[in-house]
Design a protein around this ligand. Sequence first.
Ligand code: GDP
Length: 476
Amino acid sequence: EAITVQELANRMAEKGADLVKALFNMDMPVTVNQTIDQDTAELLVEEFGHNMVRVSAADIDISQTVEADPEETLRERPPVVTIMGHVDHGKTSLMDALRGANVVKGEAGGITQHIGAYQIVTKDKQKITFLDTPGHEAFTQMRMRGANVTDIVVLVVAADDGIMPQTIEAINHTKAAGVPMIVAINKIDRPEANPQRIRERLLEHEVVVEQMSGDVQDVEVSAKTGAGLDKLIEAIGLQAELLELRARPDREAEATVIEAQLDKGRGPVATVLVNRGTLKRGDTFVVGTQSGRVRALVDDKGKQIKEAGPSMPVEVLGLGGVPQAGDVLTVVENEQRAREVAEYRREQATEKRTAMAPANLDTMFAGLNSAVIEFPLVVKADVQGSVEAIVNALHNLSNDEIKVRVLQSGVGAITESDVVLAAASKAPVIGFNVRPNANARQLIQRDKVRMMYYDVIYHLTQEIAKEMAGELGPLR
Ligand code: GDP
C-alpha cells in the first residue's frame, strides 16, 4: 500500500512542500506526486507531531472485537425515531402528543420522567422509541461520535409557515446520515394551513413525498387536536418494516449513551439505548472510559426494572463516572476486565488529546481503494447567486471516479450546523466571502474541521479540482 506525499499532506493538513523537505532531510528525495510506503508515511506522521493510532489494540479493547450476531439469533426490534424541524413548528408538542401526556402541564404532577428517550406502545402492540432531544445538531453530534442510533427521522413542518432554514438543515443532516425520513405536516388545524404548498416546496429540496408521487411518506397532523397521529404512527411502523430492524436479544448487552449527568442524589446517571442483547441489573460493564456495575435500571416512567432489551431506553445507575453521549456501554465478564478496558481507553484518550489531528493511517489508506470516491463539502456564501454558481461549478468537477457531494449549502455566516455536519462527514467547509460565527468557531477548533475561504470562484474550483485529483492517488 502506498500514498502520495500530497495525499498524506492533505490528510495531515500540512503543506506538501514541507513534507518533501522533511523527506529530503531523511535522505529520501521525492516530489509531492510520488508515492511513499506505509512505514515512511508513519515516520512522517510522527515527525510532524501527529499521533499515529495503530488499530492493533483489539486484544485489549473490546470495541474492536465485536462481531455480528448469527442470522438465526436476530429478532425484530422497535424503531428509534428522532423528530426534527424548524423552531416553533411543533416538535415538542408532537412528542408530547405522541407520548399521550402533556409534559408541560404534567410537570408538577411528575407523571412523566425525562430520561432523554421514551417508548410508546401502539394499538397493535408495536413499540416505538422516540429520542427526546429534537433537532439536527444533537443528531449529527451523535453520528460524529460514531453513534447512529436513529433509524427514522420525522421532519415536522408547520403547514401555516413553510420550509424554513432549520427545515432545510434538518433535511441535509438526515440525507447526509442516510436515514429515511417521514414528513409530518403539522398544525393542520390552523385556518391558514396549506399542506399542499409544503409538499411543493419540499420538491425544491429534493424531498418528494408520496402525494407528489415520491417515496417519502407524508402525513398531515395536528399536535394540538391529535388529528393524524394514528397515521403518523402507522407510517413509522411501515417504514420500520421496510428497514427490517433486528437485533439479538439473548446476549450480553451493548448500548449507546444518549444522555448522561451527575445526579445529586444518585451519582452518575446515563440514559442508554440498548443496541443488542439484554442489559440486566448486576451486569458489569465498561462505557467510554468508565467502568461500573448496574445498580438499578429505571424506565421512562420512573419505574425500576430488572432488564432492558433492544431499542429500549433505560436509565443506568452504578457508573464510576459520567460518560459522554455517544459512548457505547458494553457488558463484560467481570470487574477486572471492565477496569482494564476503561484504564486502557483513558490512556488512549490522553494520547489522542495531545495529537494534532486524528491521523489514522489505516483509514488514510482505506479511502484509496474504494470504487467511486465521494468528496463531501459544505458550502456557504454571501449571496444566493454565488451559492448556486459554486455548487454548479463543483458538480461539474465530478467524474466517474470521484464525485463532489455538497452536504449543505446556503447563504450567510458559517454556523454550528455547518461545522457539525462537516465534522461528521470529515468534509471541509467552504466559505465564500463569509466567515464562521462565534459558536461555529469554537466547534471548528474542537473538532478540527478544515476551513477553506475564497473570494474568487475560479480559485475555489481550481483548488478543489487539485484536491480531488490528489484523492484519486497516483495510479490514475
Ligand atoms: P418546537 O419549537 O418545534 O418544539 O415547537 P413547540 O412544540 O414548542 O410548538 C410551538 C408553538 O406551536 C406552541 O405554541 C404550540 O402550542 C404550537 N403548536 C404546536 N403544534 C400545534 C398544532 O398542531 N396546532 C396548533 N394550532 N398549534 C400548535
